[in-house]
Design a binder for this molecule. Structure first.
Ligand SMILES: *[C@@H]1O[C@H](CO)[C@@H](O)[C@H](O)[C@H]1NC(C)=O
Ligand SMILES: *[C@@H]1O[C@H](CO)[C@@H](O)[C@H](O)[C@H]1NC(C)=O
Ligand SMILES: *[C@@H]1O[C@H](CO)[C@@H](O)[C@H](O)[C@H]1NC(C)=O
Ligand SMILES: *[C@@H]1O[C@H](CO)[C@@H](O)[C@H](O)[C@H]1NC(C)=O
Ligand SMILES: *[C@@H]1O[C@H](CO)[C@@H](O)[C@H](O)[C@H]1NC(C)=O
Ligand SMILES: *[C@@H]1O[C@H](CO)[C@@H](O)[C@H](O)[C@H]1NC(C)=O
Ligand SMILES: *[C@@H]1O[C@H](CO)[C@@H](O)[C@H](O)[C@H]1NC(C)=O
Ligand SMILES: *[C@@H]1O[C@H](CO)[C@@H](O)[C@H](O)[C@H]1NC(C)=O
Length: 612
């Protein structure tokens, strides 16, 4: 029996290379073993067992320009086919699933084009699977597909050693309903389902899923019982079927449950029209429009918001693109954006208000130790820390916790108090305070705690009341979720805007979300008071000529701050009578990919290049 169905994988490939590929169309066809018997597979088609019968196996055939599908491989034929793929250049294994036929386990194998090497684990139990999974994740090798075996509690998985950038991914399994619920959340966080397979265990219908980090990639996990109806429902969409999953029926009377995974394209502007909200425009500023649209197309920036004040009057206000790509929500000038480190100026201004309100503290008040404001954060403290004063935190010269150490980006589920206690007690300073500029988010998180400790209010409340509300600014921290008010964040790289950092943890360092107009109000306030109330803010620190306290100092007299964290690049800028804010809902492939041109653009605007 086993010998009879064995077919040399080599012969198999020869057979295939002679068959011309069909035109790819949006289609899923159910084919029986008999339909496929002669070729034992199809070119440019992926095959998935439908688990509808252990006597008459059936396969869902999905046209694929990625590669070929094969079926009815015994375990030894599968091993040979895997070896065969390993010897071919530019071909990887896409997926392996199994099914039972007449009490024997058989396998389907799909290939795909790609550079690198595939590694597989077949019919492993959960323990082995988890071990391998964490080993591969440590080696930064990405899992491509997981299928649950025909035999209960066995898994077959495929990994790709590939020179491509390793995109962030999440693997999960559980009852189908729970997985679908989690999927909605992951979708809003910029992940898409790239593998969705189902199985039944202990009479519970479960799914195993791999989400991959996308950039506004559209997809859908569609449930149904009749394939033809499912296809009809999707006819008007621009999605293509890529995968099929199914379950045996629970009782004779119930139909077979089936799922089709559909994918669309990743987001790109190409030469599509970029929507604009120019409602408040009062000049013909086509030159500036074209600069911004050019940047958006070159970097595939989903949206940009820009606001310009001249002589405290709105000169230009525009938002371009989509607040949310998947839902096609055009951005409005009233949308809030996270401003990342531009928040540091707000914290510095709030410290200014705090010192005015509470005369027993000043910029030289110690932070730690028995006489420090945050005496409870460490005890005993590292001896260097006893010399840290408020001003050191403001000018990034505490000598500890540089942002390059990334302590603030760990994934530990700790609230801010627990997080600070751990970092301050365990991560020792590098230098004596006041010695050198080492940009530190944690320094600014501590400033927020100082504000809370002294005022007895939350940082957000106190900053709103003392600084932002009087300016007519309505800002929030950690309220994202409503795409009609705040934009959705994207990121080209591995870092996820929603999971790689937390606006709540980084509240006083990088947490604020506000409109571009509101950012210009904050910078106008700075400009207005820079010679008196905020003189200390714009005074170069003792250790850095181009950084004051919460503000960057341009050599032409401009004052600005840039922000660049996963999901966001932003700038707030002032030069004499001109204030500019430029905000985006994406970070480039590298930190500060966008802020360079943003700063230059601010200078040109201040110079009057676009008004002449
Ligand atoms: C799907 O494929 C089947 C078989 O190849 C074909 O009969 C049918 O017309 C196709 N449907 C669509 C919508 O392309
Ligand atoms: C299926 O195979 C198992 C052993 O692999 C055997 O115990 C069982 O009797 C077989 N069942 C049938 C229906 O052949
Ligand atoms: C999984 O497989 C390994 C090796 O085959 C075995 O040692 C282990 O007991 C199995 N674990 C379970 C939970 O079946
Ligand atoms: C798999 O588990 C189901 C119950 O969850 C059981 O009825 C079935 O016999 C098992 N199959 C195998 C091959 O162990
Ligand atoms: C599994 O669930 C179905 C439907 O809920 C039920 O009819 C059946 O009795 C259950 N089987 C077992 C073994 O629990
Ligand atoms: C640009 O638009 C034209 C039609 O307006 C279209 O034919 C072409 O494919 C588009 N190119 C890109 C890269 O989207
Ligand atoms: C943070 O966690 C600690 C310990 O679990 C708890 O005592 C404290 O109340 C928490 N703080 C906040 C603000 O939730
Ligand atoms: C500020 O924004 C919040 C959230 O969008 C809104 O509920 C509130 O009404 C706004 N407050 C003012 C004063 O505009």
């Amino acid at each position: 029996m086993v010998e009879m169905i064995f077919i040399s994988p080599f012969l198999f490939f020869l057979l295939f290379s002679l068959v011309p590929g069909d035109a790819i169309s949006s289609n899923v066809t159910l084919l029986t073993l008999g339909d496929l018997w002669d070729t034992r597979g199809m070119t440019r088609t992926h095959l998935f067992p439908t688990k509808t019968s252990t006597v008459y196996p059936e396969f869902a055939a999905i046209p694929s320009n990625q590669g070929d599908g094969r079926m009815h491989l015994t375990r030894s034929a599968l091993d040979k086919a895997i070896e065969n793929v390993a010897e071919m250049n530019g071909v990887l294994i896409h997926s392996i699933c199994s099914y039972r036929h007449l009490n024997v386990t058989f396998y389907t194998l799909n290939t795909m084009f790609g550079i690198g090497r595939s590694e597989v684990l077949i019919d492993a139990n959960m323990t082995e699977m988890e071990k391998k999974m964490s080993e591969m994740t440590d080696r930064r090798i990405k899992v491509n597909f997981i299928c649950v075996g025909a035999n209960n509690d066995t898994y077959s998985a495929v990994w790709h050693h590939s020179p491509d950038f390793v995109w962030h991914f999440i693997v999960d399994s559980g009852p189908i309903r729970e997985i679908i619920e989690k999927d909605r959340l992951q979708m809003t966080r910029g992940y898409y389902a790239d593998c969705f397979q189902t199985y039944r265990n202990d009479n519970v219908s479960r799914a195993i899923i791999i989400w991959r980090k996308g950039f506004g990639k559209k997809y859908r996990i569609q449930y149904g019982t009749e394939v033809q109806e499912m296809l009809t429902d999707m006819q008007r969409t621009d999605l293509e079927p890529v995968q099929f999953a199914s379950l045996p029926r629970l009782t004779q009377r119930k139909p077979f449950p089936r799922w089709i995974l559909w994918h669309g394209d990743e987001f790109t502007w190409g030469n599509r029209t970029i929507p604009r909200d120019l409602s408040k425009m009062n000049h013909n500023w086509e030159a500036l429009n074209s600069v911004i649209e050019h940047r958006m197309r070159s970097y595939d920036i989903p949206s940009i918001s820009i606001h310009i004040l001249r002589d405290n009057k709105m000169e230009y206000s525009a938002s371009y693109g989509f607040a949310d790509i998947l839902q096609n929500i055009p951005v409005k000038t009233t949308h809030r954006y996270r401003i990342a480190s531009v928040s540091k100026l707000i914290t510095a201004m709030t410290i200014g208000e705090l010192l005015a309100d509470y005369e027993h503290i000043d910029l030289l008040t110690p932070v730690f130790g028995r006489n420090g404001i945050l005496s409870d954060v460490c005890s005993p403290c590292h001896p260097f820390l006893l010399h840290v004063r408020i001003i050191h935190l403001l000018e990034h010269s505490s000598g500890a916790w540089p942002h390059t150490s990334k302590f603030e980006f760990d994934r530990m589920e700790q609230n801010q108090t627990e997080f600070l206690m751990r970092v301050v007690q365990k991560e020792f300073p590098i230098l004596f305070p006041g010695g050198r500029h080492m940009y530190s988010n944690i320094g600014y998180i501590l400033l927020g705690r100082i504000i809370e400790k002294v005022s007895g209010r939350s940082y957000e409340e106190y900053a709103m009341e003392k600084v932002l509300k009087p300016l007519g600014v309505n800002a929030t921290i950690g309220k994202e979720g409503d795409p009609s008010e705040e934009v959705t964040y994207y990121s080209h790289d591995n870092a996820n805007a929603y999971t790689s950092w937390s606006t709540r943890r980084l509240n006083s360092a990088a947490g604020w979300a506000m409109t571009a107009e509101d950012v210009t109000k904050v910078f106008h306030h700075l400009e207005e008071h820079k010679l008196r109330r905020f003189r200390w803010i714009i005074t170069p620190s003792a250790v850095r000529w181009n950084y004051g306290r919460g503000v960057q100092l341009g050599n032409d007299g401009s004052l600005y701050h840039i922000g660049s964290l996963a999901g966001t690049e932003a700038i707030g800028y002032t030069w004499q009578n001109v204030q500019v804010a430029i905000l985006t809902n994406i970070r480039g492939r590298e930190q500060n990919e966008q802020t360079g041109w943003m700063e230059k653009l601010c200078r040109s605007i201040a110079d009057g290049r676009f008004t002449r």
